[in-house]
Design a protein around this ligand. Structure first.
Ligand SMILES: *Cc1c(COP(=O)(O)O)cnc(C)c1O
Length: 422
């Protein structure tokens, strides 16, 4: 048995890693910084830097409004089609538009309207809070009384799968969940939940924000109806990059876009005064696509396609398992709890650990240890592993520094005040 805590062991894993060379495709401004926030804001691909320079100089700078007919107007569907390949969907089933929150509103509301008179929306308490806020707005806008049933997790880590399946009934209009939950990294069985929803005639909407680019997703095989997700996390699209949405092909003409705007209109430049939407996925567009931030999504997606989701998942699985093995050796004895599933099949690519001094430990890591995780209330340090650029040695060093912060009580000199963005 190798000693997994040994530095040479980490280096051997890196030497054997067939995806290791992808790290060179990213801007690594500070090679000493261990960045474990790729699940929140992915690193900048070098190709994106180059592309944006070219887009502003030649595209916008020289081609001006010609740019719209030279690729910009089709970019939401074209780049969406590439993301579809990461999600097990058809190219004409995914498009880029708006933010994840806005897309969730559009798709949840149209689903609820299509399912009248059913009156229940089912989700869980591990879902991203913004998703719950959006559902509350959807219930207000539905035009009939709706009930949102939030099924509680048994332990704050695992999805309440049995209670959830049991709650879906003939009154359920929509079931919506984060496929990989943002705090613990628990991953739902997409097929099982979708099938249960369909048995009762409910629709299923998945938020793939923490899955896209990290966990294999097979929307078509699972029979999924609808999905939304972020591009700035594991897809490395850049801060605030627009989001994607998926609508299964046979549903596209049946569902409307409650934010009916001209970019979804059949022939937008005829400037007809009556809304007559495109039959396909483009009807889910609303306004003009943000070409700069939209274009920035493509190089990162190309890197993921080149690496392949199966190889990305294999590395992610090995890296999170390695992290947990080190956790057991070094952190569990210091009062840390593992706040992520141990079962690999239910675990995404980020791992959360809890400690009563979690916030101050997080501050010590960031301010003096060169480790950048993030923090989720109340005590949760979240470590995102992005297989395209996170190395095994970084994981080992990060765990070793977390241990050092606690053993040497380095957190004690840090304050308890919270920042705006954590
Ligand atoms: C990150 C994330 C979002 C973010 O939504 P925005 O509209 O981009 O702010 C939404 N849902 C989930 C599950 C997320 O993880």
């Amino acid at each position: 048995m190798p000693d997994i805590t040994n530095l040479d062991y980490a280096r051997q894993l890196d030497a054997e890693d067939e995806l290791a060379h992808f790290r060179q495709q990213f801007v690594i401004a500070d090679p000493d910084l261990i960045y474990l926030d790729g699940n929140s804001l992915g690193r900048l691909p070098r190709a994106t830097q180059q592309m944006l320079a070219d887009l502003t100089r030649r595209g916008w700078g020289e081609r001006l409004i010609h740019g719209w007919n030279e690729g910009w107007i089709d970019a939401p569907g074209r780049i969406g089609g590439k993301i579809a390949r990461l999600l097990g969907a058809q190219p004409d089933e995914v498009i880029i538009a708006d933010s994840t929150s806005v897309n969730l509103f559009k798709l949840a509301l149209t689903a609820v309207q299509a399912q009248s008179p059913r009156h229940k929306i089912i989700t869980d308490d591990l879902n991203f809070p913004s998703d719950l806020y959006i559902l509350q707005g959807v219930a207000q806008a539905a035009g009939r009384p709706m009930t949102i049933q939030v099924i509680p997790s048994p332990d704050g880590i695992h999805g309440p799968i049995d209670d959830l399946l049991a709650a879906i009934d003939d009154d359920t209009a929509l079931v919506t969940l984060s496929h990989t939950v943002f705090k613990s990294g628990y991953v739902y069985d997409m097929t099982a939940v979708t099938q249960r929803a369909h048995q009762t005639g409910a629709m299923m909407l998945w938020d793939l924000s923490h899955s896209a680019g990290s966990v294999p997703v097979h929307l078509n095989d699972a029979g999924a109806d609808l999905a939304v997700g972020c591009t700035y996390k594991y897809l490395n699209g850049g801060p605030g990059a627009p989001a994607f949405l998926y609508v299964r092909r046979d549903l596209q003409a049946k569902l409307g876009n409650p934010l009916s705007g001209w970019m979804g209109q059949r022939n937008a430049f005829a400037f007809s005064l009556d809304y007559d939407p495109e039959p396909g996925i483009r009807r889910f567009l609303t306004g003009t696509p943000p070409i700069l931030s939209l274009s920035a999504i493509e190089p990162g997606v190309d890197l993921l396609l080149a690496a392949g989701m199966d190889r990305i998942r294999a590395k992610s699985a090995r890296q999170t398992a390695y992290f947990i093995a080190l956790f057991d050796e070094w952190l569990a004895p210091l009062g840390f709890s593992l706040n992520s599933p141990r079962d690999l099949s239910r675990r995404g690519s980020h791992v959360s650990i809890g400690h009563a001094e979690g916030w101050r430990i997080d501050q010590a890591l960031i301010q003096e240890m060169g480790v950048l995780p993030d923090f989720r209330q109340p005590d949760n340090i979240r470590l995102g592993i992005a297989p395209l650029y996170t190395s095994y040695e970084e994981i080992r060093t990060a765990v070793s520094r977390i241990r050092q912060v606690v053993e040497e009580k380095r957190y004690e000199k840090h304050g308890r005040d919270a920042h705006t963005v954590t």
